[in-house]
Design a protein around this ligand. Structure first.
Ligand code: GLU
Length: 306
């Protein structure tokens, strides 16, 4: 039976689109405050090449922590298991920017999706490349099939200006020998990763190689081994939603990742990538309508990884 994804997504979009006002747009990065809280887009890309999008799904937004999935994938592809000496792989149960946990764990972040972990991964990418910002941008253009995606310089500058806590995390890790490059260089790259602007369609497409055992569907290029793609999806499942990963797994049942720009990406292995964008966040930092959309999607289609 061929599921009619468009019809299911349209129903969900129609049903939810008046349910704004139950969350708050992220404001600790001032440039993110400007976004219209009523933006709401959904995009779904299948491995067969089907692309479905509804609402504001073509409008670029700040991907924020969704970037952490791709930076981890790049570092894991190049360095394999040696990255686990620098960062753990357990859910954190703490806020994404927690300092206290890092101190207990002597500068080894709990997982690659909390800020400290992504900063350590960024340090690895910075050591690898002469022009790491361009390298990340080129990679994201390749996986999204969109050569025109760009960093939002204003968001990057705003993060830089207010990035005291991230600076504290890098400095603390550096004091434990877990950062090799200059603190400012690592932060600059990390802020740019977060400040990349992409649409739901770009992101749903970019996620497809995680749904395809590590192979980019458009040209068959292998970006991750089968085993590493599995491991990356597992980390999304256990760590992808701040300290609400359990709730997301319970309600939705898919590996995914959210960002404070209001985006959520998820995949169904062997089938599809999906992205929802709605900037109002719950107190844990996850998009309210994004979570609701994906919950309804797996419930109504009857497909999840379980
Ligand atoms: N750039 C944000 C920060 O470092 C990312 C937060 C997020 O999306 O989780 O605070």
């Amino acid at each position: 039976l061929q599921l009619n994804y468009f019809q299911i997504l349209r129903e969900i979009h129609d049903e939810l689109q008046n349910q704004f006002g139950h969350g708050k747009v992220a404001d600790y990065i001032p440039a993110l405050r400007r976004v219209d809280p009523r933006k709401f887009g959904i995009a779904l890309c299948t491995l067969d090449g089907e692309v479905i999008h509804i609402g504001d799904a073509l409008e670029p937004f700040s991907i924020q922590s969704i970037s952490k999935v791709f930076t981890l994938s790049m570092a894991f592809a190049k360095h394999g298991d040696s990255i686990w000496r620098r960062v753990g792989k357990e859910p954190s149960g703490n806020a994404f920017n927690s300092l206290v946990q890092l101190e207990h764990e002597r500068g080894i972040p709990r997982n690659p999706f909390i800020n400290a972990g992504a900063l350590a991964i960024t340090d690895i990418l910075v050591s690898d490349q002469e022009n790491p910002k361009q390298f990340f941008l080129d990679f994201m253009r390749k996986v999204s099939l969109n050569p025109s995606i760009q960093y939002d310089a204003e968001v990057a500058a705003s993060e830089q200006e207010h990035g005291y806590r991230n600076a504290a995390l890098v400095n603390f890790m550096k004091s434990h020998g877990n950062i090799q490059n200059a603190v400012d260089l690592v932060l600059d790259n990390y802020f740019h990763h977060c400040a990349l602007s992409m649409s739901c369609v770009d992101l749903a497409r970019a996620m497809l190689y995680f749904a395809n055992h590590g192979i980019l569907p458009v040209n068959g290029e292998r970006l991750l081994t089968v085993s590493r793609a599995k491991r990356l999806n597992s980390i999304m499942m256990t760590c992808g939603f701040y300290d609400q990963a359990g709730e997301f797994a319970f309600r939705v049942g898919l590996p995914g990742k959210s960002g404070v720009g209001g985006g959520i990406v998820a995949i169904i292995p062997g089938k599809l990538g999906i992205c929802v964008w709605s900037p109002e966040l719950n107190p844990k930092g996850n998009s309210v309508l994004g979570m609701k959309t994906l919950e309804l999607f797996t419930t109504r289609t009857g497909i999840s990884i379980f």
